[in-house]
Write a protein that binds this ligand. Structure first.
Ligand SMILES: [Zn+2]
Length: 172
C-alpha cells in the first residue's frame, strides 16, 4: 500500500478501494514533493503521510499524529468522488506541519503557518521544488472550489484571495 517516499517522508498511503485512486496518489505525492524543501530546512521527518478515510473525523481536514504522521482529507465526507481543491489540501498540509513546532492553535501557531506559506513560495520561486510542468498536470489538479466547511483549528486568515494567489504561483 506504500507509494513513493521522499527524503523527509518514509511512507505515503492512500485509501484503497475508492474511486479516483490515481488522483489521491498524485495529490499526496506532489504535496510531499512540494513540502520537501521546507521540511529539509526545518529538519522535520515524518514516518507517514496518509489520506484520511472520507468518513473518518468528518469535520476534520487533517491531523498531525504525534509529530510523526500527517493525515489529510482529500475527499468530501459521504461523497468520496468529490475531491477538495488542491490548494486547500496544500494549506492544510502546511497547517499540520506548523504543528511540528506549535502544538496548540495559538497566535504564534498562525504566524508560523503564514511563515510556512512564505517559505514554500520562496522554495518554488528558487526552483527547489521538483514540481511537474503545467502541461503535465492532469485537468483535475484544479478542482472545484473548496466546499467543506472550515472546522475548528483551520487558520481563520486563510481566505479565497490567498488561495487564488497561491494557485497562481503554482500555475494552477
Ligand atoms: Zn491544527
Amino acid at each position: 500500500m506504500s507509494q513513493v517516499t521522499t527524503s523527509q517522508i518514509d511512507s505515503i498511503r492512500y485509501q484503497k478501494g475508492l474511486d479516483g485512486e490515481a488522483r489521491a496518489i498524485c495529490t499526496l505525492e506532489w504535496i510531499a514533493r512540494l513540502v520537501t524543501p521546507i521540511m529539509q530546512d526545518h529538519g522535520w521527518r515524518l514516518q507517514l503521510l496518509e489520506e484520511m478515510h472520507p468518513d473518518e473525523h468528518t469535520n476534520w481536514l487533517g491531523y498531525n499524529a504525534g509529530q510523526k504522521e500527517i493525515h489529510l482529507r482529500l475527499r468530501q465526507p459521504g461523497e468520496p468522488v468529490v475531491f477538495c481543491h488542491t490548494v486547500h489540501v496544500i494549506s492544510v498540509m502546511l497547517h499540520e506541519l506548523a504543528h511540528m513546532v506549535h502544538w496548540e492553535h495559538t497566535l504564534d501557531f498562525y504566524d508560523f503557518h503564514e511563515q510556512l506559506f512564505c517559505e514554500l513560495e520562496a522554495a518554488i520561486k528558487a526552483k527547489r521544488v521538483a514540481f511537474p510542468e503545467k502541461d503535465k498536470l492532469p485537468a483535475w489538479w484544479v478542482g472545484p472550489a473548496p466546499t467543506l466547511p472550515l472546522p475548528r483549528g483551520v487558520d481563520p486568515r486563510d481566505n479565497t484571495s490567498k488561495f487564488v494567489a497561491f494557485a497562481r504561483l503554482l500555475k494552477l
